[in-house]
Design a binder for this molecule. Structure first.
Ligand code: FES
Length: 110
């Protein structure tokens, strides 16, 4: 359970605790599944449910700045949420993140 600050930012935790051996993981913020992806010391947060189906992007193959959906292998750019290849045609919602004193914060977009 993550606590929401008055300004809408959720404190997710210390970076070392959020990301272990894997550079991506899924969390849930007030019922919304969010995928967190680490790219060059920056964290990108996307809706975790693929816009094509019911798979979780954070369970996919993640390399560089692209994640491959585990169900039909569509590609998403985690830096923007942009759909990169079929069968994914709709972009994925991208959320704000910031790292402060090594703690990751996420704020959901409307
Ligand atoms: S569910 Fe993700 S590509 Fe089909």
């Amino acid at each position: 359970m993550y606590e929401r600050g008055e300004d809408g930012w959720y404190a997710i935790g210390a970076m070392a605790e959020v990301f272990g051996a894997r550079a991506c993981r899924g969390i849930e913020l007030e019922g919304v599944k969010i995928g967190l992806f680490l790219v060059d010391d920056e964290v990108h947060a996307l809706d975790d449910i693929c816009t094509h189906g019911a798979a979780l992007l954070s369970n996919g193959e993640f390399e560089g700045h692209e994640v491959e959906c585990p169900l039909h292998a569509g590609l998403v750019d985690v830096r923007t949420g942009r759909a990169l290849s079929a069968p994914i045609t709709r972009d994925t919602r991208h959320h704000e993140t910031r790292i402060e004193a090594d703690v990751l914060y996420v704020r959901l977009q409307a």
